[in-house]
Design a binder for this molecule. Structure first.
Ligand code: WTA
Length: 635
């Protein structure tokens, strides 16, 4: 039996038990079976959640791009590695074979070197969903530079914060990006960001929209001529298994984003292994994940996981609604997609359109459907299952996080059962548990609590860039010797997990994690604002949307409130990005507070969700009188 590919339910249980009983032997066998190591490890796992410190495959040497590219050249040189589908359906798609990918990554890697980038340097990648995004990412990995991909929908301020936090000396971007009917001036955003990033010396600019852009002398360079002159060969830098591979920022409970650091060996093994099994990928399948590479889903399951398995992975530049809401299904038909991985927010938006635009296309190639990023509600699950999967393609509801690097709780299609709205069983090697608020583990089934993980897995983030203390406090301090996820979950009568949502100050809007603190900080910058509190409320399409309660300075001030709402949303858009705009803004004379002055968001959350009959315990409120007013004026 191969440990690498699980095909039957008995195998799942057998392999799972082994992965828990003897994790080191298990992961050693997986690592030996499939990958290319320049040197084997001295130890499989050394860990201590108290420090916290986790080392997988310590002492091993490798380069992840040799595993994702070079290793496939003899057997899959002419196979499509990356299938690029442009925003405009009339523009031809591009099939980049493994041999071509090898050349393009090497050329790019040489350009990085010629521009002074060395092993360990941080490079910020702010590029839309075009092949250069994946290629730049792999080129960094080729030479051991640490990539920090920033989603190209973030604002200049958000970009600058991320560039400075990890002290990137280079930014890779493009002249612009296409999204639906719009062209966006990405280079302009970079220019604005760089006004406050003194350490960036080089900007490489890919051409995409052909828009005329400002090029700063001595700093900005067009990429293409450099690539044309670069060699096709660039030896892979030999990395330590625990050398950082990338930094990826995620929201937290303070205004500052957390730069999650992922390392090389364990991340490779785990993303490759989960990809193979969770999608049951077989050699000639065409796999499509609709996420953006700017998020962890794209890192692990557009780039590294699929390529480490020699897969064909689709990279789609556009949006589900352009030129119409049939675009996803048209692509499924066109490229005969076998595995399709998307987010509940997209499913809900598409379900709303009815079936006409689905029925137009042949979806018979689909074998596995995936969902990620937020809880999938019952209705969306059934629509996905019936209308898209025609009841024959299992849905894998994959629960995981930027911090976990790879899928943690998910069905394995055709192997383990699915259940609507349930992420079901832990993946091989994952040891989840549920905790109560007092710190006791909840044993047995039919319990709900806070989701923790008891034992290290290979792709877990190792630290927060520049702030190990914050890493420890955020993830390892709530419960002794356990990784705390920030999510709540229940375990049903047979042991399946259902994720119930965040229990901290993170709100998931359309699958994007948004911390309340950075949004409130942005709002509070407005001169008319005294204070603010953001909560989530249920939304048909987005899952959750944002509701802002805002108190204004100066009582007698006459302000046009509609304008003020616009200004506040503009400020949020400038500081973070359009994804963080508020759906509802309620101005209020006061906000409910505890005696120690903390805003009672719990109450605001209930009001925003219209659960006003049961506000919970209000006895500790300092100013109960404001609550009724807020209820009366709710939107
Ligand atoms: C949520 C995305 C329910 C969860 C890979 C988690 C989910 C956060 C699911 C991480 C799911 C992700 N069911 N909730 N299948 N997948 N989440 O870092 O709250 O962008 O903590 O990683 O999304 O979001 P992130």
């Amino acid at each position: 039996m191969s440990n690498y590919h699980i095909k039957h339910l008995e195998e799942y249980y057998q392999v799972y038990r082994k992965s828990v009983r003897e994790p080191e032997n298990f992961w050693e066998e997986v690592a030996e079976e499939h990958f290319l190591w320049r040197k084997k490890w001295d130890s499989v796992l050394e860990w201590d959640f108290k420090k916290p410190s986790v080392n997988w495959f310590k002492g091993a040497k490798l380069n992840i791009t040799e595993n994702c590219i070079d290793r496939h050249l003899t057997t899959r040189g002419n196979k499509t590695a990356i299938l690029f589908e442009p925003n405009n359906p009339d523009e031809p798609s591009e099939h980049i074979t493994y041999s071509e990918l090898y050349k393009r990554v090497n050329k790019f890697a040489n350009v990085l070197k010629e521009n002074g980038i060395k092993k360990g340097d941080r490079v910020c990648i702010y590029v839309p969903m075009i092949p250069e995004l994946a290629i730049a990412t792999l080129a960094c990995a080729r030479i051991g530079a640490i990539h920090s991909v920033v989603f190209a929908g973030f604002s200049a301020t958000a970009l600058a914060t991320r560039i400075n936090d990890s002290d990137c000396k280079m930014v890779i971007t493009s002249d612009g990006s296409f999204r639906g009917s719009k062209a966006i001036d990405l280079k302009g955003i970079v220019d604005e960001a760089l006004d406050s990033c003194p350490n960036v010396t080089t900007v490489l600019v890919a051409k995409r929209t052909g828009a005329e852009v400002f090029m700063k002398e001595g700093r900005d360079v067009w990429l293409q001529p450099l690539l044309d002159n670069a060699s096709n060969e660039c030896p892979a830098e030999i990395m330590d298994a625990e050398d950082p591979l990338f930094i990826l920022y995620t929201s937290g409970s303070t205004g500052k984003p957390k730069g999650m650091v992922h390392t090389t060996g364990g991340y490779m093994v785990y993303t490759a292994y989960t990809f193979k099994n969770a999608f049951q990928y077989t050699e000639n399948d065409v796999y499509w994940c609709t996420a953006d590479i700017g998020w962890i889903t794209g890192h692990s399951y557009i780039v590294y996981g699929p390529l480490a398995n020699g897969a064909t992975t689709v990279l789609f530049e556009g949006v589900p609604s352009y030129p119409d809401f049939g675009r996803f299904w048209q692509i499924v038909e066109k490229h005969k997609i076998n595995q399709f991985y998307t987010a509940p927010t997209a499913i809900r938006a598409l379900a709303k359109q009815g079936t006409e635009l689905v029925d137009k296309y042949d979806l018979s190639s689909l074998k596995v459907l995936g969902s990620v990023g937020e809880p999938i509600n019952e209705e969306a699950w059934h629509w996905y299952n019936d209308t898209i999967g025609k009841n024959k393609s299992p849905i894998i509801d994959t629960w995981w996080q930027t911090e976990t690097g790879g899928m943690m709780i998910t069905p394995i299609p055709f192997v383990t059962p699915t259940k609507p709205t349930y992420a079901t069983l832990p993946f091989i090697g994952v040891q989840p548990c549920l905790m109560d608020e007092e710190g006791n583990e909840l044993k047995g089934n039919q319990v709900s609590g806070r989701l923790c993980i008891k034992f290290p897995w290979p792709s877990m983030a190792r630290t927060i860039w520049g702030n190990h203390q914050r890493y420890k406090e955020t993830y390892f301090s709530a419960y002794e010797n356990k990784y705390f996820t920030g999510d709540g979950a229940l375990r049903d009568e047979v042991g399946y997990y259902r994720i119930t949502g965040r229990v901290d100050d993170v709100i998931i809007v359309s699958g994007h994690n948004l911390g309340t603190a950075p949004i409130e900080d942005a709002i509070n910058e407005h001169p008319a604002v005294s204070e603010s509190a953001i909560v989530g409320f249920p939304h048909d399409i987005k899952g959750s949307a944002l509701y802002g309660y805002i108190t204004l300075k100066g009582v007698g001030e006459s302000r046009n409130h509609d304008n003020l709402k616009k200004e506040i949303n503009q400020l949020i858009s400038d500081r973070i990005g359009p994804i963080a705009k508020l759906d509802k803004i309620q101005f209020s004379e006061g906000l409910p507070k505890t005696r120690s002055g903390k805003i009672m968001r719990r109450i605001l959350r209930k009001i925003a969700s219209n659960e006003i009959d049961n506000l919970g315990d209000v006895s500790t409120l300092l100013n109960p009188e404001c609550v009724q007013k807020i209820i009366d004026n709710r939107l």
